[in-house]
Design a protein around this ligand. Sequence first.
Ligand code: NDP
Length: 254
Amino acid sequence: MADGELKGRVAVVTGGNGGIGLGMARGLAGAGASVVVSGRNAEKSRRAVAELNALGAQAVAIEADVADEAAVEALIRKTVERFGRLDVVVNNAGMNIRKPVQDLTLAEWRQVLDTNLTSAFLASRAAYPIMKRGGGGKIINIGSMMSIFGTSFAPAYAASKGGIVQLTRAMASGWARDNIQVNAVLPGWIDTELTQNARKEVHGLHDRVLARTPADRWGVADDLSGIAVFLGGPASDFVTGTAIPVDGGYSIQG
Ligand code: NDP
């Protein structure tokens, strides 16, 4: 493991203690990176770190609520204090409140936007001077199929995920000369805690997803490992501002 293409690099994965974030953390760790997994639930983070350490990776947990500006800044600062550098930030932490616009409160709207979109702005802004000083870096933002499609039952989520793609393009064009590549990943339907809840709340969702996905299955968190290694490593040094679906073909189906 230590000889992988990310050997010596340091990655922070928000929401890296479970689901897609942990799948990406496994990929990065497997390629030799040291990984900080961040989340709010200390027990989940402890288990994630134990799993990554058992793979032979250097991994630590740093608790942070990504909607809290000071906590996000502290996360980036503590990462550099611990490892001496920062090469990759994966802005993955996210949540959903499934209600149509007419039922959504302003507080709920703000909670989703703060967690899914403002968080990526905050972490990227905090990482920028460190990456610039270090000669470059990689920012990976997690969008969704709802970066592309609308949906009646998740308007705040769709707005946050559409915004992630535009924020990605804005940062990519601003920071390319600093050798910082910024890309978005748009996962299809992946089996995690988030979508286990969605399947309970949205009638028929499981079968509708299957019917529309050419790969004929739901994704699993480890389906996101490879793209994390690609976008987090030197193979993507001339790739920036993209939004790459990892969706078993969901988004190409008419
Ligand atoms: P999970 O619910 O399994 O994981 C979400 C992660 O985000 C958890 O690790 C959680 O950690 C963390 N998190 C949530 N809110 C906060 C917060 N305020 N501060 C810090 N951490 C937080 O969901 P997924 O793995 O499915 O989702 C990960 C990302 O992928 C999200 O951005 C989601 O929108 C996106 N996505 C998921 C898809 C899917 O099908 N699953 C499809 C498309 C996109 P903790 O519990 O410790 O707070």
